[in-house]
Ligand binder design. Structure first.
Ligand SMILES: NC(=O)C1=CN([C@@H]2O[C@H](COP(=O)(O)OP(=O)(O)OC[C@H]3O[C@@H](n4cnc5c(N)ncnc54)[C@H](O)[C@@H]3O)[C@@H](O)[C@H]2O)C=CC1
Ligand SMILES: [Mg+2]
Ligand SMILES: [Zn+2]
Length: 282
């Protein structure tokens, strides 16, 4: 039996935004929200969008969606437009089941944020120019190049047999417990970051990190690297301001958890499947 891998509908690639034909579809973005049509979609024909005469900050050629070129129109403000509304990316992610479509929007949001925040050289202050052929801005004076910023982050489910250590930060929705997460610091390996962040946030030592999967998290530019990691020793001690509460939960009595679109929930569901034989999440 030959395995047929159907190619995913979304393929990210640099496209010259000045060379796009009339079949191009447009994503209109401003500060983590997308312009959305009455049927709930975010893709609009190029000619229709150009007729709206939007307050454009920059255009970015993003890639191909079902064989059609996709361009990002990053705005400098979010005008209200009759018949259309603005939908937040988090809201779209929590309801959109097409993961390729979400992948496209997450990339668009991250590129839009980067393009808006990298208009001037941070070394000599003069306006940057878009590089042809790759996604970068360059300074014509000191030749510095600015690629989209990506912040690697550990996210780890701490396990102890049929128990897991979950925590609440002030940024979480009330009552929701999640896995621990933290940004990689300069010079750190991901394993060192896991050990440091877990010790800092809940005071316990861990061992044997096992990579599970990753997730692009464009709020604003995190790359989540997901692990299961085993408890080694220590009593829970909370990091003030960062962690409000942290507890060991038996797998058959878990609290309210993050949504299924998050890697935090994926790590928990993978462990549940492993330990209790529940269905393994996609
Ligand atoms: N997709 C998911 O399932 C989850 C995603 N996350 C994301 O993981 C990231 C890290 O989680 P936190 O616990 O908030 O991080 P953290 O535990 O490192 O603490 C956040 C602090 O890190 C500093 N910081 C902010 N941006 C930074 C950067 N780019 N590089 C270095 N330090 C930075 C700030 O002082 C901030 O208060 C956040 O973007 C959060 O949204 C967190 C949990 C679940
Ligand atoms: Mg954290
Ligand atoms: Zn410069």
């Amino acid at each position: 039996m030959t395995l047929v891998f159907s190619s995913p509908p979304w393929r990210a690639q640099w496209l010259d935004p000045l060379q796009l034909g009339s079949e191009t579809q447009v994503l209109v973005h401003y500060r983590q929200s997308f312009l959305t049509g009455s049927e709930g979609g975010q893709l609009f024909p190029l000619t229709e969008v150009d007729a709206l005469d939007l307050p454009l900050s920059t255009k970015q050629g993003l890639g191909m969606w079902e064989g059609l070129p996709i361009v990002l129109y990053e705005l400098s403000e979010a005008p209200s437009i009759a018949g259309l509304n603005w939908l937040g990316l988090r809201q779209i992610m929590s309801s959109q089941l097409d993961t390729s479509y979400v992948e496209m929007l997450c990339m668009a949001a991250q590129v839009g944020t980067w393009a808006t925040q990298h208009r001037f050289c941070s070394h000599c202050g003069i306006p940057l120019l878009a590089v042809t052929g790759e996604r970068a801005m360059a300074c014509p004076q000191c030749h510095n190049r600015y690629y989209p910023r990506i912040s690697p982050c550990m996210i780890a489910l701490v396990t102890r047999g049929d128990e897991v250590l979950l925590a609440r930060s002030p940024r979480h929705a009330p009552g929701v417990f999640s896995t621990l997460a933290g940004f990689v610091e300069p010079g750190e390996t991901i394993e060192q970051c896991i050990a440091r962040e877990v010790l800092e946030e809940v005071g316990v030592q861990v061992t044997q990190p096992r990579y599970i999967t990753s997730q692009s998290w464009p709020f604003p530019h995190s790359l989540m690297l997901g692990f299961h990691v085993q408890y080694l020793h220590g009593e829970i001690r909370l990091q003030p301001e960062e962690i409000e509460e942290a507890r060991w939960f038996p797998l058959n009595a878990l609290p309210n958890l993050p949504g299924p679109h998050t890697i935090a929930r994926h790590l928990i569901d993978c462990y549940l499947a492993e330990r209790l034989g529940t269905t393994h999440p996609m």
